[in-house]
Design a protein around this ligand. Structure first.
Ligand code: C2E
Ligand code: MG
Ligand code: MG
Ligand code: MG
Length: 282
């Protein structure tokens, strides 16, 4: 299109590109400042045992709160943090803060020893050479039991290099940490590899969950993932459960766990505590 309509359009596009590049550099430098000034915070979303309605765990979800502006979604800044490498120090902060908070909740009796804290790891974080040592150090520093930490990685993180991922995953499992595949069904995992990797959990992507039980394809996919998890001895957890009809379908199909707006939106630590008081009773 730029070519057809001549020089002005070209200038328009190039100005636009420059503006975007400047915006990126500005955003990147404000991300650095954000980390230094403590502008990141965590929201927590409960994960439930669907049948009993009790707490299975919580997913930690990072947010950015710049001064004098609204809360910024990770969808906006994680990709840039990933590209710029800032994801490494930021991710370390997320891991430490999530483990610290979970231990504090445990000590106050707000969560049981079985409850998990799930933390997302981006591909660059997963690739950092000292990941296992880092996790070990954070667990020791916070005093959180390794069995209470679950790391969420995506299919693509694992499938880029199955051999390398397998070795890291084995070391993590040796520490006692759990590993979930996030957004399952949106990537291209091979079942052979999934079977060989020491995983604990499959999180069914919310794009499938959102159209059950009326969409025949999504219903079939969800059913298949639940069955597959069962046969691989993995726990299935459905993301993005928004309606009672979805929840009923998942229970009927034998999906043990779910998380979504039906139960609770992600909220900050203080806001989520009444929910913990309510649901942690066993
Ligand atoms: P994710 O790990 O798949 O997280 C689930 C996302 O779905 C969250 O979006 C959550 O708020 C949203 N969600 C939860 N329940 C529902 C529901 O019922 N309906 C709908 N439509 N959405 C629901 P959020 O918090 O904006 O996070 C987006 C993504 O950003 C995450 O997807 C994850 O990939 C990434 N992310 C978030 N926090 C971190 C982090 O600390 N580190 C890294 N590396 N990535 C993170
Ligand atoms: Mg996740
Ligand atoms: Mg997900
Ligand atoms: Mg998703």
């Amino acid at each position: 299109r730029a070519k057809d309509s001549g020089r002005n359009t070209f200038q328009y596009y190039s100005r636009d590109l420059t503006a975007r590049a400047v915006e990126r550099v500005q955003l990147e430098s404000s991300l650095h400042r954000a980390l230094e000034c403590g502008e990141f915070l965590l929201h927590y979303q409960p994960q439930l045992d669907l049948e009993r309605g009790t707490l299975r765990g919580l997913e930690a979800l990072v947010r950015w709160q710049p001064p004098e502006s609204g809360l910024i979604s990770p969808v906006t800044f994680i990709p840039l943090a990933e590209e710029s490498g800032l994801i490494i120090p930021m991710g370390t902060w997320v891991l430490s803060e999530a483990c610290r908070q979970m231990k504090a909740w445990f000590d106050r009796g707000l969560v049981t020893a079985e409850a998990l804290i799930s933390v997302n790891l981006s591909p660059k974080q997963f690739d950092q050479p000292d990941l296992v040592a880092l996790i070990d150090r954070i667990l020791s520093a916070t005093g959180l039991a390794p069995s209470q930490l679950e790391l969420e990685i995506t299919e693509s993180t694992v499938m880029r290099s199955v051999a390398q991922a397998g070795s890291v995953l084995h070391q993590l499992r040796e520490l006692g940490v759990k590993v979930a595949i996030d957004d399952f069904g949106t990537g291209y995992s091979s079942l052979i590899h999934l079977k060989r990797l020491p995983l604990t959990t499959l999180k069914i992507d919310k794009t499938f969950v959102s159209d059950i039980p009326h969409d025949a394809n999504d219903t079939a996919i969800t059913r298949a993932v639940i069955a597959m998890a069962k046969s691989l001895s993995l726990e299935a957890l459905a993301e993005g459960v928004e309606t009672q009809a979805q929840c009923d379908f998942l229970i009927r199909e034998g999906c043990p766990h779910g998380q979504g707006y039906l139960f609770s939106r992600p909220q900050n630590a203080r806001e989520i505590e009444p929910f913990l008081r309510d649901r942690s009773r066993t």
